[in-house]
Design a protein around this ligand. Structure first.
Ligand SMILES: [Zn+2]
Ligand SMILES: [Zn+2]
Length: 442
């Protein structure tokens, strides 16, 4: 996955706006979608103010949208065509965020992952539905601030501390502003609804107190000393030290640096010691806190406790099959050595050489150049992080690892621990972005 460079957005260019989010993409390959509505909607052929008053009023019920070459049909449950147009707009007859305008299925989640699945999701705002060669494209148009609130709360349980919700919203807002139109160039939407942009499931999982906390930060951005919006990356757990953006993505970004996730400075030079530090908690680092405390607050973190320090073992022959399945290599039989070539400040490996024996008995090698690919080549699905020490034991490799995700920018687990300990959103953001300030820009 090639990471696009963030846009250089000057703080004075930033204004309140709407966003176009792709929620059903052409690449999803769907020609039909079901929609459920609970309150009347208007269906129009264009979204001008005049059209809104003239649009067809559609009563609550179940409907479907069907792509036919270059036109879209809206049908009722008995299959009768209510509207047939090149571009179908659906608008709530009265806008009432956070109420949904409609539910849509299928919505594809985890597009590029092995766990890809189809769900039904509830969305607020307005919809633009088009057909290209008989495939549907649905774009959800809504105020940028509503979009952010949905993004932030959809990953959180209702027990998430309010100050963390605020910190995460400011981060998600700053990040999104720097990547509008960058992730899917040439498309008719600015960001998509999936993890490559930011996961957006509308109001499906929205808890009202979290939504409100998020909306309270409207217009607040992380701004660098150069007066630009910080492309504020975030990941689940840094592992104790956040990663340097240059080490991870190969470009610099004003306002992001590598920091210790705790009150005193540490380093990850001795990776074996760093990644296998026992016990698995380290109270001197924010994200190294007692996992039971998080669990008590959130009532169910994925793989609770496995994010700060963890172990994973792989058969050397399995590693060979991942190379065969996921790279241009075709004849690896067994991996014999893993040689880290370049590590970042957080201990993450960004370049690694895989040495293997081929089926014919020759020696081969594969050079991986991103932490993202390295993680995909060391696990049946995806290794938590590439901050690992590697021990070869007979025909297996044992990885002692630290952190979860790329580790650049905000450490979500560390931020949650800080909020639980009573620190506010400014304290939290100052830990991970000491070279940025929070400014209200609209
Ligand atoms: Zn995307
Ligand atoms: Zn951390």
């Amino acid at each position: 996955m090639l990471e696009p460079k963030p846009l250089n957005v000057a703080e004075k260019e930033v204004a309140s706006s709407e966003i176009r989010v792709g929620i059903l993409l052409l690449e999803d390959g769907k020609n039909t979608a079901s929609i459920h509505i609970d309150a009347p909607i208007r269906c129009l052929n264009d979204n001008s103010p005049q059209a809104l008053s003239e649009g067809r009023l559609v009563e609550p019920g179940k409907y479907s949208v069907i792509a036919r070459d270059e036109t879209v049909e809206l049908r009722n449950e008995s299959g009768e065509i209510l509207q047939s147009t090149e571009c179908l707009f659906i608008s709530p007859s009265k806008s009432a965020f956070p109420k949904k305008t409609l539910s849509i299925s299928p919505i594809v989640a985890g597009r590029s992952f092995h766990w890809k699945k189809e769900i039904q999701a509830d969305f607020p705002g307005v919809f633009e539905i088009k057909s290209h060669n008989g495939f549907l494209e649905i774009v959800n148009i809504l105020p940028f601030e509503h979009y952010l609130a949905c993004v932030v709360v959809s990953e959180m349980s209702s027990g998430t501390p309010v100050e963390f919700v605020k910190a995460q919203t400011i981060v998600a807002r700053s990040w999104a502003k720097c990547f509008l139109n960058e992730k899917h160039p040439g498309s008719s939407y600015e960001l998509c609804n999936d993890d490559d942009c930011q996961r957006y499931h509308g109001v499906t999982f929205a808890a009202e107190d979290s939504l409100n906390a998020s909306l309270q930060t409207a217009g607040q951005y992380l701004v660098s000393e150069a007066g630009t919006i910080v492309p504020a990356y975030y990941s689940k757990c840094c592992g104790g030290i956040s990663e340097k953006v240059e080490d991870c993505f190969g470009f610099s970004a004003a306002g992001i640096s590598s920091v210790t996730d705790g009150p005193r400075s540490v380093n990850a030079h001795d990776t074996a010691k760093w990644t296998s530090s026992e016990p698995t908690e380290d109270e001197s680092l924010f994200c190294g806190g007692d996992p039971d405390i998080l669990l008590a607050h959130l009532g169910g973190v994925d793989d609770a406790g496995e994010y700060f320090r963890w172990k994973h073992r792989e058969e050397a022959t399995s590693l060979a099959s991942y190379l065969n399945e996921r790279t241009g290599v075709t004849d690896a039989r067994i991996v014999t050595d893993l040689n880290p070539i370049r590590r970042g400040k957080s201990g993450r490996i960004h370049e690694m050489e895989f040495i293997f024996e081929t089926i014919a008995g020759n020696i081969g090698s594969y050079h991986s150049r991103t932490q993202y690919e390295i993680r995909s080549l060391l696990h049946p699905s995806f290794l938590f992080s590439s901050s690992i020490s590697i021990t070869k034991e007979a025909e297996t490799f044992l990885f002692h690892g630290a952190g979860w995700g790329h580790g650049v920018g905000l450490c979500q687990i560390g931020g949650m621990f800080q909020a639980i300990a009573g620190r506010n959103n400014r304290d939290i953001l100052n830990t991970y972005f000491p070279r940025a300030v929070i400014k209200t820009l609209y």
